[in-house]
Design a protein around this ligand. Sequence first.
Ligand code: GLC
Length: 819
Amino acid sequence: MAAKKQKAKTGKAATARNYGYFDDARKEYVLLNPATPIKWCNYVGTLDFGGIVDTTGGTVLCKGDPALNRITKYISQMPASDFKGSTVYICIREKDKSRILSPFVVPTCTIWDKWECRIGLSYTKWIVEGFGLRVKVTVFVPSKSRTLIQDITVENISNKAMEVDVVPVYEFSHFDALKQLTNADWVPQTMTLEAHKESSGHVILEQYAYMKKQYAVNYFTANKPADSFDGDRKAFLGLNEITGWACPYTLHKGKLTNSTALRGDNIAAQMFKFKLARKKSGRVVTQLGQEKSIDAAKSSIKKYRNLKNVDKAFAELTNFWNNYLNALQVATPDASFNSMVNIHNPRQCHTTKYWSRYLSLYQLGFGSDRGIGYRDSSQDLLGVMSHMPEEACLLAENLLSVQLEDGNAMHQYFPSTMEANEGDSREKEDHPKYYGDDHLWIVLTVASYLKETGNLKFLSKSIPFYNKKKDIKHREKGSVLEHLKRSLAFTWKDRGRHGIPHLGFADWNDTVNLPTGAESIFNASLFAKALLEMIDICEAIRDKKLVEQYKKWYEEIKIKVNKTAWDGQWYVRWFDEKGKALGSSKNKVNKIDSLGQSWPIISGIASPERAKIALKSVYNLLNTKNGIKLSWPGYKGFDPHVGGVSTYPPGAKENGGIFLHANPWVMIAETIVGNGDRAFQYYNQINPAARNNGRIDEFESEPYCYPQNILGNEHKQFGLGRNAWLSGTSSWTYQAATQYILGVKATIKGLSINPCVPKSWKEFSIKRKFRGSVYEISVKNPRGVSKGVKSIVIDGREIVGNVLPILPGKKHVVKIVMG
Ligand code: GLC
């Protein structure tokens, strides 16, 4: 099956080398080969309740917090073939033997005649055929619910009657996910599973860690009465577990043991028996949820035992996504650009919005060293602002509430407790205990919200500052505006010998940790960009005094950077504690860094001449066919002076790897200087969808989402993608594509239009929801320019300038001519 060519309905062929294809009409990626180079996955639900489902049926599920309230046990380091948190067994009963299969291939190693895994928007659907059966499994979390639905259909496609048992099974984790892995004494003593048999024959399995019983319980049930069940792993697998998940001995007996568990490894398995005549099918829908008690779960259980409600919930999910994606749809001459911008990139932005860097198959959400990242989430929100501004605003409020009174911010916080921490900076003596950039990102986020919605009242909302020593009631409060003012004031005061903002423990690049006193050109540029945003905001609220002050600060930073940081062909990136430059041509390693070029351009610090020279250096020294490297050359061994960056081999991650997050910043910079062809070349280089044809084995990572990094050309595995899904790449590539290449950007006064496209694009169109209306924008480019708007006609009337006014009415037709 794996190597076989399969012809899909859309007519596209998938071979083992490209694993699957994009079905844009259904907004799915269709995987035809389960043996992906590494584990590929999908997200279901949100951080409120949800998690990850991999393509071989493994599930990581949590409610509110993967570290402190985990539900299923998923050990991502295990080989793809192993059971990871969940599976479904299909047992075909024949006279003297039974056949045990799994639609996910794992853990039974079943080879089906046809195997298809449709990775959809917040759901995954498997459709498999073989052994006389067609099996369909769909997994999703209904919007706003706290239950994972698994909808299983078995259809007899053979020419004889069949007896089939369907046995879904989940394995539980202790709610403290790290303890589950580190404590094999206390954890198993507390894990408990009870069974409730209802008079109807339905079974509810109730699971909890003993000390949590009064607060929350997990439950597993179905729409059908169960023939039998198991809650204890040892009983379920049988033979003291020696035949393992691949071949549970008990399943061969045709009946589970009805075990509960007073301790040990808790699972939830139920057996459903089907007698299927030819062409007949059976359906069972399971629910795995968490509520305060089984009583509290009853209404949800009842709701999803009704199959009409299950179908309705699935349809609602589809509606949610259609509505979400409709915020911005494009049609350009480039098909994989359209596919990414219309479906997969905004979808990934939705994922990073909810999961920050907290739970992925790489960032495992164990213990107290992560949580929601301040800078990460501030940037993630920029990627969903046009789609869900009010939801974004709620998260921005949480972020503002972990900002300290002095204007700096805590680096991370735990969503379930709202307790914050200082990130890695806690751990290093003689280094600053704060990050130089965290508090500046939120200025961009709030500005983006205000520009999207026009809701300037938000600036007066009172939000507490974080103070660990005080309980929330006694913390100092300040308006949102006051929070932003303190952000800027913190950096203004915290500058070093060149007048450049201090690095702190780190800036955006987490891995360069220079001793106290170092300065960062990136922090200077981010500060300048934040000042520009604040100037816009203060002009909108007519605070002239602040406008003047911020203009003065901006000019001074601009002068300081240009005076001290220009290296001749590019800007340097840092000054260390002794004033020596890093990212300079004079160095042996780390001669040039991409952020040192993109950000002075994004912030308007670089003059047009310097911008062009710096971007030429990026192209010559940092660009590769797989993306732009963060820096060059890499450190060749551990250097305690710089720290983390030199722990990686050259070409990996921040040490000269293609750190994708930094690529869209160069795209944006190229659009600022008007080079649409180069911006688009950079866009294409890292578009994962464009690798789907035969280039996946080298890349390894999913073709439907951006990974965090690709190994650079100083590394032997050049081209290998790592750390899929949770990366700032998603938000910034989306912004680069929509706001800078297509050039549609929200401003306080309206929608600004300033495309910078490849010269070969003769026309394209954009549908954008904005302040209650839909703007249907079509752009013609008869003279084949990259940049420049010659005329704009809105609803038949020509306007002056390039900002579409906010007009009443549901729809506005906008015709633009470039030239
Ligand atoms: C990771 C971190 C992010 C940081 C980046 C570069 O993506 O989550 O906060 O900016 O690495 O070091």
